[in-house]
Design a protein around this ligand. Sequence first.
Ligand code: PMP
Length: 451
Amino acid sequence: MLTQNANTGRPAPDRARSSKLYRRGQRVFPAGVTRATIEKDPLPIYLERGEGAYVVDVDGNRLLDLNNNFTTLVHGHGFGPVVEAIGDVLRQGTCFANPMEHEIALAELLVSRIPAVEHVRFVNSGTEAVMYALKAARAFTGRSSIVRFEGAYHGAYDWAEAGQNGVGESGVSGRRLPKLGYTGAPKAIADSVIVLDFNDVSGLEAAIDPIAADIAAILVDPMPSRAGLLHPSTDFVAALTATARKHGILIVADEVLNLRQGFAGASARYGLEPDLVAAGKIIGGGFPIGAIGGRADVMAVFGTDENAPLVSQGGTFSANPVSMIAGRIAMEALTPDAFDRLEDLGDRLRNGLTQAISERGAPFSVSGAASLFRIHPKKEVPATYRSAQMSAQEVAIMRALSRHFLTHGILLPFGAAACLSTPMTAAEMDRVIAVFDDFLAQHEPSDGDKQ
Ligand code: PMP
């Protein structure tokens, strides 16, 4: 049943079943849900199923999915070739203690596409991929500190999550220490994580030079999404590379999200030459996965024919055939043409949104590339985490925007990158632009506010 939205007069979607499920969830889950990232404004929307570019919620509302499980589903929901292949796998067994050909095939695909990847190890999540990449960098260099960039999300490994919410008090050395991931986290973590500003060239060199001998790795997402989907400047990539090479520091590219930026991934796109790459999300075809890839001599810390591993990497479900087969099939369907098509759709969308903003003189901007975009309640596209940070008023505007999209049948993630999937068409892009323009029309600044 559709009720009337009090503000817009449009029919508001019914959420009675979601509301009921949420009440049930509140009895068994802390905060009512099983992931901190579930959006609850005004309440979690429980889904019944997905259909290509769309999801259908338990109240029967059909929504264009610009979230795609936080950018994981590059082919949208229920991708036919994966569904067919997995049906057989389920009957033949879903996990074994022995290796299978499937894992070699997916590794071969990654090695053939990503220039920095010579050898691969599979795990089950992006968190694990980043964790093992950092352990590998430490074992290879014999050093323990990590440099990372403020506000970037790298999963839940203690040393990777320190700094994802910025920096706090100053330490003994005068250095601003990262905020740790959780209350009670060992303070020692902060001593070995150096948080720098993304795109800050001089700050990077100045901070690293005096303590370089302790630094194992620079952990960098080429376009950090949670920090603001920040575009890397060419100078920044060059300075990062030069500083790392000068001091024998390894570059660990976290491409868990941004591998979807191109056939060869995001580092290749932006001229970054990492020693190790952490991957995940799209390479699992909708199933749990993570991968660590990189230079063969560095990857040798996971063991060689002659030597025991310096870093022991296992994992009960690592390289399970479901994720391996689904991942290979999903990735094979991502041909250079498929990437070009996604890029064209992304350009159409970003350009359309930007044009609507400039025509209405609205205080918004759009960042992103390839199949990714993020709308900011800021006149200038942010280049750093600090400049992407929202005031309370800006948060309220973005919440209103997400609700507006929802009312018009579109799921737009709040505070994370939105993304496209291959079943989407130009018509969907134009619809997103029109709905955004409608929001801007309703929130048009008064003449005095325009600049
Ligand atoms: N790194 C980045 C850049 C990510 O976006 C994510 C997940 N959003 C992770 C690491 C962690 O991946 P997972 O959720 O699979 O553990």
